[in-house]
Design a protein around this ligand. Structure first.
Ligand SMILES: [Zn+2]
Length: 214
């Protein structure tokens, strides 16, 4: 199984400047989309279109999201995937006798708000280790990286919540101060090499097709 351990999370230099909450989410989402396409191509035994580097591809992808030629789509497909699959921990594929449900956006930070599909299956060890920490802060501290399926769902939840609260255009550095339940600056700016990434621990055989809408 591919490993997601030992990712140093150093923020890359020379990338585009990100200012707003929306900038940070869209950049992470663009990097994720490009990575997903590259992984799908490799899986199919074809060369992927980002041989010059995924950052360049992410820049082009982000323009499409900003121009609304592409959208962060709804969670229907994530919902279908969340229903099935093998009973393993969503964070690292851990086995366990019993599982907890872990909130991707901590419930303590959203208080009485309800966010659909905010829960993933978690082994007790990961759930306890994470506590109420933000998902990305927890990964940064442990130098690990989430599966792409978890990252995608998390980014969609963050985007949906920030849109609902009308703070996509707020400055990212003020977001936590303004009560947003996640720090946009902690979202990934760069993704690990393809061979270190896992799409979804619960669906090891599932790969989104190259042409599939993100
Ligand atoms: Zn676990």
């Amino acid at each position: 199984m591919a490993t997601t351990t030992h990712w140093d999370w150093s923020d890359p230099k020379g990338q585009r400047r990100l200012h707003t909450v929306g900038d940070h989410i869209l950049w992470s989402y663009s990097a994720l989309t490009v990575t997903r396409i590259a992984m799908s191509c490799e899986k199919a035994g074809k060369p992927h279109p980002y041989r010059d580097g995924r950052t360049k591809g992410a820049n082009m992808m982000m323009k499409q999201y900003e121009g609304l030629q592409k959208n962060i789509t709804n969670l229907d497909r994530d919902d279908r995937l969340a229903q099935g699959g093998s009973a393993v921990c969503a964070h690292f594929g851990c086995s366990a006798i019993t599982f907890h449900f872990d909130h991707l956006i901590p419930q303590s930070k959203i208080k009485d708000d309800y966010i659909p599909l905010n829960q993933v299956r978690s082994c007790p060890r990961c759930n306890t280790s994470r506590g109420n920490k933000e998902l990305m802060v927890w990964h940064r501290e442990n130098r690990t990286f989430p599966s792409l399926a978890v990252l995608r769902r998390y980014l969609k939840l963050c985007y949906g919540y920030a849109k609902h609260r009308e703070c996509l255009d707020d400055l990212a550095k003020d977001a936590s101060k303004n009560g947003l339940p996640f720090d946009p600056v902690a979202l990934p700016r760069k993704l690990p090499p393809l061979e270190q990434l896992v799409w979804d621990y619960a669906h090891p055989e599932f790969w989104p097709a190259q042409g599939e809408v993100t």
